[in-house]
Ligand binder design. Structure first.
Ligand code: COA
Length: 180
């Protein structure tokens, strides 16, 4: 059975391995690369792991999502989601949705937060579907924003206002047909 939970800082190597797996297997899904992160210091992984929720199969991490709170005074009401990944063999079984729901539950416990935001590549249809199901809406897009090898990808920006129940809204306002 898959459990959702944190890992202590001492398990930083498990986190590093899963993070590097994610960066290698899904290069277009993340803004960072294995080359950049493989050399990061132990201290950085120990610090980062505090922001991460894991999906654990018999204590082995097979999925993860990170949530962070903005530090600066003017953005203290905003939280961010990043590093969302589920190992291929575990996808399509609700693990990602459970990770995201638990991250949102924890974010809600911080009463200062009114908004959660994230970015996703337009081709990551499964990820966008999971985000929409959790109540995120698309607020913008940036063409040719991410480059992996020679390919350019469009980044979509999504956000969720906490306390709102509305699930989604169209990208552009609907045009009302005017009769003759
Ligand atoms: C996005 C991701 C974390 C979702 O994880 P997951 O455990 O598959 O999520 P869920 O099972 O909760 O939902 C996946 C959705 O995709 C659909 N899906 C269908 N076939 C699928 C398949 N073979 N694999 C994955 N998803 C599938 C599911 O139907 C589900 O939607 P539904 O709940 O409406 O049925 C995972 O696909 C992933 O790691 N992708 C690559 C990395 C990525 O894109 N990260 C996002 C960065 S912003």
């Amino acid at each position: 059975m898959i459990e959702i939970g944190e890992l202590p800082a001492d398990r930083w190597k498990d986190y590093k391995n899963l993070r590097l797996e994610a960066l290698e297997k899904e290069p277009m899904a993340f803004g960072s690369s294995p080359e950049e992160e493989s050399e990061l210091a132990e201290e950085t992984w120990r610090k980062r792991i505090m922001d991460v929720l894991f999906a654990l199969d018999d204590d082995e991490p097979v999925g993860m999502v990170a949530y962070v709170f903005e530090k600066s005074v003017k953005f203290k009401h905003v939280a961010g989601i990043y590093g969302f990944y589920v190992r291929a063999g575990y996808r399509g079984q609700g693990v990602g949705s459970r990770l995201l729901e638990e991250a949102l539950r924890r974010i809600r416990m911080n009463k200062a937060i009114i908004k959660v935001k994230l970015a996703v590549i337009s081709e990551q249809r499964e990820a966008i579907g999971v985000y929409e199901k959790a109540g995120f809406v698309v607020t913008g897009r940036s063409e040719k924003d991410l480059k992996v090898g020679k390919r350019l990808y469009t980044r979509m920006f999504m956000e969720k206002m906490l306390g709102q129940t509305r699930k989604s809204r169209p990208l552009a306002p609907a045009v009302r047909a005017i009769g003759p």
